[in-house]
Ligand binder design. Structure first.
Ligand code: NAD
Length: 488
């Protein structure tokens, strides 16, 4: 074991408050993507463990301790979890950095605070989720009619490897606030922070069985969870291809399904933008977290007059980023999460060159240890190229020129995805006209990636179904019930 300095890390699955190995005894190796060393292993669970986790989650859902907990106490419990995470922020950040490869400083600055905040935010909702009274006409008799928001039931969550803790927290904080119980399936590459979070939830006083974590592969644990007739909802974040499978698996018992999927988000730079800010802003919008972000702005559309200047500025920033081990203080970009991902991204770089894009910088592996890829800038790209249409999920940007607003919108909306977009301009009219016409779930003006528990997050088109966080995201963990009483 290398510098795996985290003490007491949980490496077992959690079912009904008990820490367990896979029933088969099989494990999955956990690798540090910066060093390629195996640091530990997690259980390779399967259908049996999923069945058991769903069974205990159902019992917990039906138990009076959870379902009839006073809303104010449920809120206080979520706040206690937030404080527990705060108390263990450094170790959680370290765990996230080792497991994903991301810079420790970034985990401390973003992943952990957003995890804490979503528990705090959702905790506040527990005592504020209410229905409405309904002015029914029907047959003229007197009725008292109202809606209730009931928890959807047992929720299965399936999450990816890029922001394991933060994305997992969005789902459990919302599910717990709504009064649901949860079976989580973290990504097999990055399960450690989810296991530790579950341990902290228990320490905070969450009743046993309310939150369960079953580790393992997607085609085994994830599939079993999505097919399970005892699961009422699946909250999935991952690729569009797997999201479509989840939708099919869920049909059997008509599960509620929310899907946060892939993206190919555009940055749109107008000639009147503050160009001093655009170089760094557009570069960070695609390269942050080594491009492994669903809303990475991997298509950069630049108005003709300032095109050359912006290409040059973004390439300069890309070249200036220090790549390295996430635990080194000056690292800006860590490795990609796995060899498979590194090879996939390098394959896209090769295809860009083959299809005639101009490689301005990058395009190669960095170093000979770890899954690093240089930040890569392609200019002179066009919508017929694979690098422009497909989600790469790595540090690669494709830059294209545009003439005017209509041209920019045509290019920006020319994608099967619709997760996010940003617009750079000093013209407030142009900015809001663009925001209205962009086909994207989030639009950022003169900034990028402002992800907040109060703002609904999700995609248009093949970027998903539904929204996470905010009131809308919370209500996706509830069923609306209409109640009508005849008043004699
Ligand atoms: P992935 O779809 O391969 O895996 C996501 C999760 O699904 C993992 O836990 C995996 O084990 C599981 N899974 C895989 N096959 C499965 C199956 N047949 N049945 C059930 N579960 C299965 O995605 P990834 O490679 O881990 O993550 C990258 C993708 O996630 C990118 O496409 C990215 O855009 C997307 N993503 C989206 C968001 C968002 O909020 N929209 C956020 C982060 C990542």
């Amino acid at each position: 074991m290398s510098e795996f300095i985290y003490q007491g890390c949980k490496t077992q699955s959690l079912i009904g408050g008990k820490w367990i190995n896979a029933y088969s005894g099989e494990t999955i190796d956990v690798e540090d993507p910066a060093t390629e060393e195996i640091i530990t292993s997690i259980p390779r669970c399967g259908v049996e463990e999923v069945n058991e986790a769903v069974r205990v989650a159902r019992l917990a859902f039906e138990s009076a301790t959870w379902s009839r907990m006073r809303p104010i106490d449920r809120g206080r419990l979520l706040e206690t979890i937030a404080r527990k995470i705060e108390d263990h922020a450094d170790e959680l950040a370290m765990l996230e950095s080792i497991d994903t490869g991301k810079p420790l400083a970034h985990a401390k600055m973003l992943d952990i605070p957003s995890t804490i905040e979503v528990f705090r935010y959702m905790g506040g909702w527990c005592s504020k989720m209410h229905g409405e009274t309904l002015p029914v006409s029907f047959d003229g008799r007197e009725y008292h009619a109202y809606t209730r928001r009931d928890p959807v039931g047992v929720v299965g969550t399936i999450t990816p490897w890029n922001y394991p803790l933060a994305i997992g927290a969005w789902k459990i904080a919302s599910a717990l606030a709504a009064g649901c119980t949860v079976v989580m399936k973290p990504a097999e590459l990055t399960s450690l922070s989810t296991l530790r979070l579950a341990e902290l939830c228990l320490e905070a006083g969450l009743p046993e069985g309310v939150l369960n974590v079953v580790t393992g592969y997607g085609h085994e644990v994830g599939k079993a969870l999505a097919l399970h007739p005892g699961v009422n909802k699946i909250a999935f974040t991952g690729s569009t291809a797997v999201g479509k499978q989840i939708a099919e698996y869920s049909l059997g018992n008509m599960k509620r399904v929310t899907l946060e999927l892939g993206g190919k988000s555009p940055s749109v730079v107008f000639e009147d933008a503050d160009l001093e800010r655009v170089g760094l802003g557009a570069a960070l919008a695609v390269f942050f977290n080594s491009g492994q972000i669903c809303f990475a702005a991997s298509r950069l559309l630049v108005q003709e007059k300032v095109y050359d200047k912006v290409v040059e500025a973004v390439a300069e920033v890309a070249k200036s980023f220090k790549l390295g081990n996430g635990r080194d203080a000056d690292t800006m970009l860590g490795p990609l999460v796995s060899r498979k991902q590194q090879e996939r991204v390098l394959g896209y770089c090769a295809s860009g060159v083959e299809q005639g894009a101009e490689l301005v910088t990058g395009g190669k592996r960095h170093g000979d240890k770890g899954y690093f890829v240089e930040p890569t800038v392609f200019a002179s790209t066009n919508p017929s190229m694979k690098i422009v249409q497909e989600e790469i999920f790595g540090p690669v940007v494709s830059i294209m020129p545009f003439k005017d607003m209509d041209d920019a919108l045509k290019l920006a909306n020319d994608s099967v995805y619709g997760l996010a977009a940003n617009v750079w301009t000093k013209d407030i009219n142009k900015a809001h006209k663009m925001a209205a016409r962009l086909e994207a779930g989030s639009v950022w003006i003169n900034c990028h990636g402002i992800i907040d528990a109060a703002a609904p997050f999700g995609g248009f088109k093949q970027s998903g179904w539904g929204r996470e966080v905010s009131a809308e995201g919370l209500y996706a963990y509830t069923e609306t019930k209409a109640v009508c009483a005849l008043l004699d």
